[in-house]
Design a protein around this ligand. Structure first.
Ligand SMILES: [Zn+2]
Length: 453
């Protein structure tokens, strides 16, 4: 008898037995039994029948870089690594209702207008609904072909006959493959469908974009279970209360990962934001304690964002540590370093940290800006408003230089900042009109800018 296996619908981890909670991601009730393929691989060993010989090449063989198609939406083309690569599979994940279908319909229209033959298959909505959205977005003149279908076999047959260059599948969770005995949305179905589509993309030279909803419900598998199969994984992020959205490449075989594209939700759909720093800083008012501007790098591009901290005496025996847009364990580390190396305690104080505008920062170079925001809030002392801060903090309290110092400084200067605080080891670059001040360790930084330590 075949051994049964179980997998988690949230993170895709496999287990030999069922349990209520996934050890991989900690979610509850996400583990279910894998259903095998009803027409699985042959029982005979691979050695019985001979395959064909594979052509081999040496390391010096020159290959031309894959041709790319650009849609003209700069933010999208850049996140893709400089345009769409033929024969590639792309996953676009995100929370339901964040605007994935809107973005992809706009992208489909732009690619189609640029001469890329495009088919949009919706498993979520009827064609009429997609058409209505297209009308609202003013895209009806684009030569995109629509279909509302969930049967994968029929979809692949159609794609084979129509030979598009780009196919958009919205969403992977609604697709079902008839050789898998489980419901659409289950881990087995989602994996099988993604596998079929990826294989099809490679074999036929089609670019396939699959939409995947991030789900909280264990019955439906999330996009993470197929991340390893596709060439490119993009996540569409944003807070519902904010009008802007970020498309982030978390994996890209054809370009840099961590690249972001910034979009703004408007009445006419998603509009690209050419200068994200200006947008992220637009809500900034007078210099206030707890607010510090971080000169960051996202992918290949500098982005300035405001870090906001609030410190208040805690009424609880266990003070609160709340973080939005940054890593909470990283915050704990910064607080510990401030206490151990600079003698500044945060015991008995609630600490709130927020990255303004719904941006998520993962760069270690944000450490110093966070420390500055925390100190500024704690001492009730504002840093000069025209100053940006960046640099990594080590456990010893030393400051480590961040990469791309020059790009950070140039962006700051472009947006009217006149001073920057950076680690001592940073490359000396002179940017016109920008005063670069360096600190070699955290205690020195605290002493110089907050007069304590
Ligand atoms: Zn899991």
């Amino acid at each position: 008898m075949a051994k049964t296996s179980f997998s988690c619908s949230a993170c895709g981890a496999s287990f030999s037995k069922w349990s209520g909670r996934c050890e991989g991601c900690g979610e509850w009730n996400t583990i279910s039994e894998d259903k095998g393929l009803s027409s699985g691989p042959s029982k005979k060993s691979l050695g019985v029948k001979r395959g064909r010989t594979i052509p081999l090449s040496d390391l010096a063989t020159r290959e031309t870089p894959p041709p790319r198609a650009c849609c003209g939406v700069g933010e999208l083309d850049r996140v893709l690594g400089g345009g769409l690569v033929a024969a590639s599979a792309i996953l676009v994940g995100g929370d339901p209702g964040i605007g994935k279908s809107t973005l992809l319909l706009q992208a489909a229209a732009r690619f189609a207008k640029a001469g890329v033959k495009t088919i949009y298959v919706s498993g979520e909505e009827a064609s009429a609904q997609v058409r209505m959205r297209a009308q609202r977005l003013g895209l009806t003149d684009a030569p995109v072909q629509l279909a509302a279908e969930t049967n994968l076999r029929d979809i692949l047959t159609t794609l084979e006959a129509e030979k598009p260059q780009l196919a958009i599948i919205d969403s992977i969770q609604t697709m079902w493959s008839d050789h898998v005995d489980s419901a659409p949305g289950s881990v087995s179905q989602v994996r099988a469908a993604a596998h079929e589509l990826t294989t099809f993309a490679k074999r036929n030279g089609v670019s396939i974009i699959m939409v995947g909803h991030v789900t909280k419900d264990g019955q439906i598998a999330g996009p993470r279970v197929v991340e390893h199969m596709v060439d490119t994984v993009l996540y569409f992020e944003g807070e519902r209360g904010h009008q802007f959205r970020i498309l982030r490449a978390v994996k890209n075989r054809f370009g840099p990962a961590d690249e972001i594209g910034v979009f703004e939700m408007t009445g006419g759909g998603l509009a690209e934001v050419i200068n994200p720093s200006a947008l992220f800083l637009s809500e900034r008012g007078e210099p206030s304690p707890g607010s510090v501007v971080f000169a960051g790098i996202e992918g290949t591009r500098p982005v300035l964002v405001e870090m906001q901290a609030l410190i208040a005496p805690s009424p609880h025996s266990q003070p609160r540590r709340a973080v939005v847009g940054w890593d909470s364990s990283r915050l704990a580390m910064i607080l510990a370093v401030l206490e151990a190396r600079c003698g500044i305690p945060f015991a008995g104080l609630d600490v709130y940290l927020n990255v303004a505008g719904g941006m998520k920062i993962s760069e270690p170079a944000a450490d110093l800006a966070v420390a500055a925001a925390l100190l500024s809030a704690r001492e009730d002392m504002a840093l000069p408003a025209d100053t940006v801060v960046f640099g990594e903090i080590s456990l010893s309290g030393a400051l480590r230089p961040a990469p791309q110092t020059e790009n950070r400084l140039k962006e700051a200067q472009k947006l009217g900042f006149t001073a920057a605080i950076a680690p001592g080891g940073s490359k000396t670059v002179s940017v016109n009109g920008l005063n670069l001040r360096k600190s070699s360790d955290l205690a020195g930084f605290v002493g110089e800018f907050f007069g304590a330590g």
